[in-house]
Design a protein around this ligand. Structure first.
Ligand SMILES: C[S@@+](CC[C@H](N)C(=O)[O-])C[C@H]1O[C@@H](n2cnc3c(N)ncnc32)[C@H](O)[C@@H]1O
Length: 251
């Protein structure tokens, strides 16, 4: 199985519970809720501050998983599309938000097709997807081409300081034998559900996106409450965010 197929198969498995907060609270694993509850408010504020009139504006959630962020975008009045390359995730999203969100199985090439057919997007969000993609430049190029001029790109990725500490403390991350540093790691979603992860700094994202004509407007590090950290990540400090949230405008 090639690397990408292996990652897809892990996402298919995880779609059953891990990233499906629509499942009963007794069914989801505790750390699964964090993307939505800690990353989303920062993104929502950024979109509200930068999009004057939501009605009729087109939003894409790239790597939409089970559809939680799609639901939030649609509730803001944005005409929302979700794209994910895991069949399991898209099936879960269809069940959860299929009535209000346009959902497609595929990767950034699918996004290009949708933009060519139905129109470019005004807002693209992506929550914890880019770190799982090795060929990030070509994906960013596809997203840039699918976004209107003046459009927003806002995404959450892992924060370098958190990743270093977690690796030191043997929490979630493993170092593959053939790599040093933190640019290529394995993220183990417990019970041996492993995906490859490609860590990049804010500077690396800035360089890629500035090269594609984006200007950065947002850099935020939302913190988890202490009780969440001690329950889900015992041993990790509460004053380091797991995420960095970056927001850019296409100029
Ligand atoms: C950590 S999950 C996050 C899901 C969702 N954004 C959330 O916050 O709950 C990563 C998602 O990215 C998707 N993904 C990873 N690489 C992708 C790619 N190249 N194209 C489309 N989806 C991708 C996976 O299938 C998975 O659903």
């Amino acid at each position: 199985m090639n690397k990408d197929k292996n990652n897809q198969a892990v996402w298919d498995k995880l779609s059953k519970q891990y990233f499906n907060n629509f499942a009963g609270s007794d069914e989801i694993e505790p750390e699964a809720a964090e993307n939505l509850y800690f990353a989303w408010p920062v993104m929502e504020k950024f979109i509200k501050e930068n999009v004057k009139d939501m009605d009729g504006q087109r939003a894409l959630d790239f790597g939409c998983g089970a559809g939680e962020v799609c639901e939030k975008l649609a509730a803001m009045g944005l005409a929302t599309t979700g794209v994910d390359y895991s069949e399991g995730m898209i099936d879960a999203a269809r069940k959860n938000v299929g009535d209000t969100v346009d959902l497609h199985l595929g990767d950034s090439k699918k996004v290009l097709e949708i933009a060519a057919k139905d129109g470019k997007f005004n807002v693209i969000v992506s929550v914890l997807v880019f770190p799982f993609i090795e060929e990030i430049e070509s994906v960013m190029r596809d997203l840039q081409q699918s976004l209107n001029e003046g459009g927003l790109l806002c995404f959450a990725v892992f924060n370098e300081e958190w990743v270093r500490r977690a690796l030191e403390n043997n929490i979630d991350y493993e170092q593959p034998e053939d790599s040093q540093g933190i640019s290529k790691l394995i993220l183990n979603f417990r019970e041996n559900r492993r995906v490859e992860i490609f860590h990049r700094s804010k500077k690396e994202y800035d360089n890629i996106l500035e090269g594609l004509g984006f200007a950065r407007l947002l850099e935020e590090y939302p913190l988890f409450p202490e009780e969440f950290i001690s329950k889900v990540y015992p041993g990790m400090p509460a004053d380091i965010s797991e995420y960095i949230i970056l927001g850019y405008k296409k100029t």
